[in-house]
Unconditional design. Structure first.
Ligand code: G3P
Ligand code: CA
Length: 241
């Protein structure tokens, strides 16, 4: 069965990477959520997509130049819609703690492809290991050095190769990193590639699939998962196929 992951939570209908978006994903019956993480000034792991808070909150500045307490004072909902005013930037710890009350899987995307965060990988692994949720968490990143480092430190937590363009035999490349799955961009992904990768033991989770015709295409292809802003739509399609 193709699993349905809510991208940044249910981002199509709720403000990205907030508790409102994660709760909505759980409510509609998604199998998991995807979120993005950065390091704060005081070396805490914050759940936010961009390097700065400007686009998604009422504040400004780089995540790396603000403490977690400063980030938490910002409003992360009202730019999306006034009805979400009061949503906050979360720490990864808060999300992990919330996950103890549900059965969702969690895809943590390390956003350190362009920013240098010393020991980000060490800190991230510690938090996940301390949560006792290792079997429901996996990592992905466009920063493949980070994936390799994560895998060397703890080969038991799955790492997924996140990439945009087509790769030649991506499963062979993934092996060089110690990664266990592939997260390709959907327009550059064919049914044949999905089948071949999965035959070679590499589950494929395509991102970010928002149109129903593509949801159907990848569910029919037997993709391990679809990452989407609209999990409710993908779930309906999965139901009827
Ligand atoms: O995990 C897939 C997707 O989240 C990668 O792109 O920019 O939405 O983080 P982005
Ligand atoms: Ca992401």
């Amino acid at each position: 069965m193709t699993k349905i992951f809510a991208h940044r939570g249910s981002f199509g209908t709720h403000p990205e990477n907030t508790m409102a978006a994660f709760r909505e994903a759980e409510r509609v019956g998604a199998n998991g959520i995807e979120l993005d993480v950065h390091l704060t000034k005081d070396n805490q792991i914050a759940v936010i997509h961009d390097n700065t808070v400007d686009r998604t909150t009422n504040g400004s500045g780089e995540v790396r130049s603000l403490t977690l307490d400063e980030l938490r004072k910002l409003d992360a909902g009202s730019k999306y819609s006034e009805k979400f005013r009061g949503e906050r930037i979360l720490s990864l710890k808060e999300v992990l703690s919330w996950m103890k009350g549900n059965t969702l899987e969690l895809n943590v995307e390390l956003k350190n492809a362009t920013v240098e965060y010393p020991d980000f990988e060490v800190k991230l692994l510690q938090e996940v290991q301390n949560s006792d949720l290792e079997d429901r968490v996996f990592f992905s990143s466009f920063n493949h050095y980070a994936l390799k480092k994560m895998n060397e430190m703890n080969p038991d937590i799955e790492c997924a190769v996140l990439y945009q363009e087509r790769l030649y035999k991506p499963w062979d490349y993934a092996k060089t990193l110690g990664a266990g799955s592939l997260h390709p961009h959907f327009p550059n992904t064919s049914e044949d590639m999905v089948k071949e990768a999965q035959k070679n033991g590499f589950p494929v989770r395509v991102y970010t699939v928002n149109k129903e015709k593509y949801m159907e295409k990848f569910i029919r292809a037997g993709c391990a998962a679809i990452i989407t802003d609209y999990p409710e739509k993908a779930l309906r399609i999965r139901e009827r196929i």
